[in-house]
Design a binder for this molecule. Sequence first.
Ligand code: C5P
Length: 406
Amino acid sequence: MHPDLANREIILGVTGSIAAYKACEIASRLTEAGATVRAALTQSAQEFVGAVSFEGITGNCVITSMFDPGLNPEIEHIALAKRASAFLIAPATANIIAKMAHGLADDWLSTTLLATRAPIVIAPAMNTQMYTHVATQENIATLKARGCIFVGPDAGQLACGDVGAGRLIETPAILEALVCALHVDKPLRGKKVLITSGGNHEPIDPVRFIGNRSSGKMGHALALEALRLGAEVTVVTGPHRVPLPHGVETVEVETAHEMLEAVEAHFEDCAVFIGAAAVADYRVERPALDKHKHSDAMLTLSLVPNPDIAASVSLRKRPDQITVGFAAETSHITEHAQDKLKRKHLDLIVANEVGVAESGFGTDTDRAWLIKANEAVVDLGLLAKTELAQAVFSALALNGTGSLKA
Ligand code: C5P
């Protein structure tokens, strides 16, 4: 879970949707991440889910009415509105969205939302007809223009039997939106960040391929960090196990050639390119058009080298563009990385150790070093991929005017 959630006070507003029970999982994940969670249940939310569940999960008293005897000093709405790090309304009904858009204050949650200046994240959940109604859409547009962050809804089968937009989006996407909202300083606002992620599948025949173990976790962490800093993020991803953060433009590809093509199509506009993909070094020269038949005879595949995506874009970068690469190594880690930094004309390279238990493909942590040309190697030690992503962007020296210099 993201380190930014630790020691934050989050007001979790739960409103009357059938998805209200899912807010228990959200409260649980936030509490695990070290946040102080204060759940506030509207009257109708209490028809779907009990306050006692939230009290048990969060270890804090739950706000169920404006005037709870005995609790007033702790839940006094103006004090909490001022103190809260952020508000998360999940699930958010059409009703709370309408009340917020029009400044109504007729219960604890709506009153406190009017009193706060903390970031507000809203995860809507309602019937599709209600969601797509012009009134709801106008209310959402009003709140977005005021800086509220919307996450979801997902489309799919709804509790009422209808199919369409209106399902509460899954918990990881909600927590990622909250992580982005908590970071109010946005040095990359207006900048585009282009990231390659995942591995490649190089076809052998119509059903088989050569692949690698890339999970896409590093690409995910980099994309989330770029979003947190306010960038517009495009991720060109090969096959991966970890879903990308909500809010990134995703281009799904399979082969290294498709990845190069997609990167070239987006490179011109980007301020920062980060090559986090484990690009396939080789492809089968002539993939078979028909499936290879089972046979006891030996099969020899002829492999040809793939283009180097990071090197090719680095060669044509403008002075205002930055390129970053990764070097996954098993030995002589920093020496090999330094060589790649030069050979690929990168501004920064992240060397990381692979082939050990806590570092490399599929792990949540990495043993890493940051290397820039003509500068001392920075040993980051063993750190979470989220922390490594933060270190990468810090190393790009984001200055107050939002410009970047490696
Ligand atoms: O040479 P090596 O594969 O170790 O280089 C790793 C770095 O170069 C990574 O940033 C990777 O995304 C990038 N790369 C690339 N195209 C290739 C091979 C590697 O962009 N064909």
